[in-house]
Design a protein around this ligand. Structure first.
Ligand code: SAH
Length: 239
């Protein structure tokens, strides 16, 4: 077994999560396919196996520390790119159901290839924009948890995510290390959408691969039908 994945397994075990051999094998297949397809289709800037293991996989699984994730079963991931964090999460948590939403066709095509190859039954890949899908009654207000990693600043992200969850459910944003300023700037947007900040936790990735924060947001009332606004507006004119 790949040495970095062995190390990942040990580090993940420190969080209290034991990964089965089959799960490690699937994570390995996912990275190998990502590196192969990335040679002709630009999917990720990080192309080193070790860096992908810690900066993408380990980072994706960090959310296991959060109770709101442990308690959720219907999860939607917004702007998943090459499949982070939802593909590693779908591999390691087969009992949870995931929707992966991504606006770029070639990226969602890659994810569908991974889902087929690994025979993942608990993830549905959707090619669309959050602003459009959040107005579809089958998706609006339907989820226990919405997650997003490296998609936009929190004031923009709030509008792209909070409409998807039920009242009393949660959003978790994966962020870098310094989030105080960003949080200050997003308070108005989060309130306008019917939610509030519940917790912010900081983490170190193994072997000095960097620091991360997870922002947990709780939805306290229904989101007004005004939101999300038309595609592109949340980014152009953040709340
Ligand atoms: N979450 C991934 C990808 C981050 S890049 C990771 O952590 O690696 C951000 C991705 O969000 C891009 O692939 C982009 O196409 C997608 N995206 C940006 N705005 C979006 C929107 N409004 N709806 C759906 N996807 C969006």
């Amino acid at each position: 077994m790949n040495e970095y994945l062995l190390k990942l397994r040990n580090e993940i075990e420190k969080m209290g999560l034991k990964l089965a051999d089959g799960e490690i094998h699937k994570l390995n297949q996912f990275i190998e396919l990502l590196l192969e397809v990335n040679q002709h289709t630009n999917l990720t800037a990080i192309t080193d196996f070790e860096e992908i293991t810690f900066k993408h996989l380990y980072d994706s699984l960090l959310i296991y520390n959060i109770n709101e994730f442990r308690n959720a079963t219907q999860i939607i991931d917004i702007g998943t790119g090459a499949g982070f964090p939802c593909i590693p999460l779908a591999i390691c948590f087969p009992e949870k159901q995931f929707i992966s939403l991504e606006a770029t066709k070639k990226k969602i095509n890659f994810q569908q290839e991974v889902v087929n190859l690994l025979n993942l039954k608990n993830i549905k890949c959707i090619w669309n924009r959050a602003e459009v899908l959040a107005r579809d009654v089958s998706y609006r207000g339907q989820f226990d948890l919405v997650i997003a990693r490296a998609v936009a600043a929190s004031n923009v992200l709030a509008e792209l995510t909070i409409p998807f969850i039920k009242v009393n459910s949660h959003a978790v944003f994966y962020k870098g290390k310094e989030v105080e300023k960003e949080i200050e700037l997003s308070k108005n947007a989060i309130r306008t959408l019917g939610a509030k900040i519940k917790a912010i936790t900081n983490y170190c990735l193994p072997d000095n691969h960097g620091e991360r924060s997870l922002i947990v947001i709780e939805k306290v009332s229904n989101t007004s039908d005004l939101y999300p606004r038309n595609p592109g507006i949340p980014l152009k004119k953040p709340l």
